[in-house]
Design a protein around this ligand. Sequence first.
Ligand code: ACO
Length: 517
Amino acid sequence: MTARTTAEKLAELRVKTEQARDPGSERARARRDAAGHTPPRERIAELLDAGSFVEMGQLAKAPGSPDNPFGDGVVTGRGTIDGRPVVVYAHDNTVFGGSVGEGFGKKVCAIMDFALKVGCPIVGINDSGGARVQDAVTSLAYYSEISKRQYPASGYIPQISIMLGKCAGGAVYAPVTTDFVVAVKDQAYMFVTGPDVIKQVTGEDISMEDLGSALQQAKNGNVNHVAVSEHDAFMYVRNLLSYLPSSAAEKAPRINPGLEPAPTGSDLELDSIIPDSDNAAYDMHDVLIRMFDDGEFIETSGQFAPNIITGFARVDGESVGVVANQPLHLSGSLDIDASEKATRFMLLCDAYSIPIVYVVDTPGYLPGVQQEKLGIIHRGAKMGYAVAASSVPKVTFVVRKAYGGAYAVMGSKNLGGDLNFAWPTARIAVMGAEGAVDLLQRRQIEEAGPEEGPKLRKQLIDMYNEFIATPYSAAERGYIDAVIEPSQTRLVLRGALAQLRDKVRNEPPRKHPIAPL
Ligand SMILES: CC(=O)SCCNC(=O)CCNC(=O)[C@H](O)C(C)(C)COP(=O)(O)OP(=O)(O)OC[C@H]1O[C@@H](n2cnc3c(N)ncnc32)[C@H](O)[C@@H]1OP(=O)(O)O
């Protein structure tokens, strides 16, 4: 064979690179274009800083046939978001349906190893049918290899999944093992097995929409955020990453510190935000946007357990995680879903050294047969575990009700809150006035007769609210550090977190604690 010239070798490289650019079959690409979906490299380009993407493994192929397409169903590489390094992969649905084969698996494992080495986030853009059926055990082996790497990555480098297509099997299990899952409405579908397999196995008829739409999966907690378009998903993830450190060895970036150092008109509005009536609802978001820098709050898992709000904001430029009750849903009570949502969020904040701010207005854990049957005892207990387990600075504001066990797990000082404040509108007690009076003074009320009984009950309720369920009995005992005017909240929080910046907690020597049942 004659030696080829340098020019010929360069030409060969150009041909291969061109073939690798969009390597799916014409039919598969036409199907993608007709669905209005974008190719993986365009998706990556939109997510990352312009021109920052450097591809790794572009010429990888599945073994077996020289005709196998380049890339093997996934595009992998590195780039930057807001100038900070990230590793990224995007499934190529036009090659074996974006399923995981040997070349694919090796590429994803290689960039995961790379991210672990340099300590930077991994963002996965998912559009895949899961394990490659024709590859049998090889694809299962590589899914396991990927999962194995998710473990050391967990809590060390942020892992984020963006769902942009119909994803099944491992292509949903791997994403839910990451820190955040973002799915696009009317485009992303997630299920362990699709409608056809379900029909075959159980005989149940269900549409793709009802089974696995982004909205459906957001309601059960599989998805943290539903985006309205691919672009929206990428912008959400860029924003989300700005609240997180590149790795647990670093701090999240401090952005625009020093904003509004004196009370503002928006602060003053907090003084009239709590309704006079105990049972009137209000939107906790209206409180939150007045507590943090620039009125910005990025919510996570908004559609799952909306009775508790979780998300990120900034205080004097520093990232904080927020856990707040939402009186608009279930009166802000804690049910199983709320407990699991808040638990996961607190442990995530703790892993990335992000302080936690609690904003409390909850009548307690949700009573009910269904909740008990589903195990609220052990599932609800997780929340207390997470508060105690989190060693990051924790600052709590009780704005209205803090009743029963929910008082304890919403960042109480007794369970590990570092600095705890209450508004004068706070009611801190074992239970609400009605319940307490009916439990303790039932006989007295009955003896007063049908005329006087209800009047006496009302008097006792008023007395309980006036003298017992107040922030002052907690302040007297040191469980509340100060009762503050609501309009002071933003600046008090700023001062509290500045004081707690160097907080350290020494852990006892052990391998790891064990979460409640
Ligand atoms: C550990 C695990 O992951 S186990 C789970 C294994 N995966 C599965 O059971 C899912 C199998 N796939 C499916 O159910 C469907 O393909 C869906 C729901 C994901 C997508 O459905 P549709 O959008 O209708 O796409 P369609 O079924 O036509 O698939 C598109 C192409 O991808 C291929 N493909 C999809 N999934 C896979 C897969 N897992 N392995 C290999 N090829 C696949 C299809 O054969 C098809 O190829 P073609 O273009 O040569 O015809």
